[in-house]
Write a protein that binds this ligand. Structure first.
Ligand code: DGP
Length: 113
């Protein structure tokens, strides 16, 4: 089975894409948990944040920078937002391709469930 997020990043599976570059793609989560809920992925397959190596620091910076820019574009920058990445079973990760969740547009609780 091909990786669904690799397929979305490559444009072979449709998604509501809000940002695309050679390195990063962002699209709306199919199961949104907030008025704004975007997923920001590296186009290159990495299973999770645990896969990042020191030389991937520019990629991580790019992912966060895109998330911050999208927060501005979505109009949630001033009210605040959450950037989350789930890692592995206990982290609640269900899609094994590194992704940042960008969520905003409502007040969020802490700790998360
Ligand atoms: P996580 O549980 O952290 O691995 O989050 C995976 C998220 O991906 C989950 O919120 C639902 C979303 N998702 C899963 N499959 C698809 C898909 O095919 N398209 C889109 N847009 N989102 C998906």
């Amino acid at each position: 089975m091909p990786c669904i997020f690799c397929e979305i990043g490559a444009g072979r599976v449709p998604a509501d894409i809000v940002y695309s570059s050679p390195e990063v793609t962002a699209f709306r989560d199919i199961n949104a948990q907030a008025p704004t809920h975007l997923l920001i992925i590296p186009n290159r397959h990495l299973v999770s944040i645990a896969d990042l190596r020191p030389e991937d620091a520019p990629l991580l910076a790019n992912l966060v920078s895109v998330a911050n820019e999208l927060a501005r574009r979505e109009g949630i920058a001033d009210t605040g937002y959450r950037i989350v990445t789930n890692c592995g079973l206990n982290g609640g990760q269900t899609v094994p391709h590194l992704h940042l969740h960008l969520m905003g547009g409502r007040s969020m609780g802490w700790p998360p469930g």
